[in-house]
Design a protein around this ligand. Structure first.
Ligand code: NAD
Ligand code: MG
Length: 382
């Protein structure tokens, strides 16, 4: 699949105008002998999508939000995600949409036996069992773009499940890693959007400040690699150079490292299990790094990690409730309707009220998702 051939492999890119989307387009442009964007979607940014369409001439473009300026030839509405993901020219789908909105397209692509290069971790948090079962049943491939999971995939290469003792996910700790609890309580939107090591979309940047992102990633790792929750741990690593560790049953530990650029895991998700030459990041210089340090998570000051992992362990609808309540609470924090601590308060209240909802089927999970959104909206006020 990854050797340059006569016809490059077609790639559908969902969320093309976002942070991962634009990194993915840089990778695809450098690797144009191997891959070609054939479908692009965006939520609302008509101008950015129009520029990408002019540049890459995909067979399909789609915009989710209604917009008079969108060309008549574009797909429109939420269904454009599934249309792009199932486009006949696309063999690989990069899902770089933010939030549970990415779930139907992931499922549709897997049902057609495609590879999904998954940045949209919320897909696995909302419906992990259903997504992995859909991939298995239809021969679809789920390959992570998230840097921690790409690291684990690389460390696991060729190993059997019984050889793995523990997964150790690294976390940067976010902008409030060294802040005392009283100061965290006063954190503003601008404070929370200042991520120390990664440039990302606003939702995941806030999730990194609360550590909700690491909870989503523990759940993601559980589903991707089939490792039980009591064998997945988190360590704070402020430099974001080691992207995760795998400890094996003989006591050996493998780590994957590299400069913090999402272009590396995006490319690996496209070419896995192969590697291809690329020049996307500067050469690795260990001396220039200075040092790599590690710290324990301050669970009391960052309750979202424990809440999310607890929801993962509880299973059923709990992870979907955690995710949906968090999505709404983060949006409310970003538009000034909730203070920083309010995010964890809202998510905790939603879990108490709704985590016991049934969560076996997709319909049940989507009902739990809606109930959690409605509850937080009602609490915070429109
Ligand atoms: P972003 O906000 O920069 O971009 C999101 C993209 O999705 C945009 O193109 C937007 O138009 C589209 N979108 C937003 N809401 C949508 C909706 N309701 N329906 C359809 N499309 C919608 O976000 P991002 O930082 O690129 O993150 C995308 C996903 O990748 C998230 O799940 C995030 O957790 C994950 N991720 C991001 C990074 C990173 O470095 N940015 C790293 C790891 C994982
Ligand atoms: Mg990550």
């Amino acid at each position: 699949m990854t050797t340059p051939a006569l016809a490059p492999v077609g790639v559908a890119l969902l969320g093309a105008t976002g942070s991962i989307g634009s990194s993915a387009l840089r990778v695809l442009e450098r690797q144009r002998d191997r891959f070609v964007p054939v479908a692009l979607t965006a939520n609302a940014n008509v101008q950015a999508l129009a520029e990408q369409v002019a540049r890459f001439s995909p067979s399909y473009a789609g915009l989710v939000q209604p917009c008079d300026e969108a060309p008549a030839s574009w797909g429109r509405g939420a269904s454009c995600l599934v249309e792009a993901a199932t486009h006949p020219d696309a063999q690989i789908v990069i899902n770089a949409v933010v939030g549970a909105a990415g779930l139907p397209a992931t499922l549709a692509a897997l049902q057609q036996g495609k590879r999904v290069a998954l940045a949209n971790k919320e897909t696995l948090v909302v419906a992990g069992h259903i997504v992995t079962e859909t991939a298995r049943a239809h021969g679809g491939e789920l390959v992570p773009v998230d840097s921690e999971h790409s690291a684990i995939l690389q460390c696991l290469a060729g190993r059997q499940p019984h050889e793995v003792k523990r997964l150790l996910l690294t976390a940067s700790g976010g902008p409030f890693r060294t802040w005392p609890a009283v100061r965290i309580a006063t954190a503003t939107r601008a404070d929370a959007l200042k991520h120390p090591t990664w440039q990302m979309g606003s939702k995941i940047t806030i999730d990194s400040a609360t550590l909700a992102n690491k909870a989503l990633e523990v759940i993601e790792a559980h589903h991707l690699f089939g490792v039980p929750y009591d064998r997945i741990e988190v360590v704070v690593h402020p430099q974001s150079i080691i992207h995760s560790f795998v400890e094996f049953v003989d006591g050996s530990v493998l780590a994957q490292m590299g400069v913090p650029s999402m272009e590396l895991p995006i490319l690996y998700a496209l070419t896995w299990p192969e590697r291809v030459p690329d020049s996307g990041v500067p050469p690795f210089d260990p001396v220039a790094l200075g040092g790599l340090t590690f710290e324990a998570v301050r669970h009391d000051d960052f309750p979202m990690l424990g809440l999310g992992v607890g929801a993962g362990r509880a299973g059923g609808a709990a992870p979907a409730v955690f995710n949906a309540a968090n999505e709404v609470a983060v949006a409310c924090f970003l538009d000034g309707r909730l203070h920083f601590r309010g995010i964890a308060e809202q998510v905790s209240a939603a879990l108490t009220a709704l985590a016991g909802m049934p969560g076996h089927t997709l319909e049940q999970l989507l009902s739990a998702d809606r109930a959690a959104r409605d509850l937080v909206m009602a609490q915070v006020g429109g």
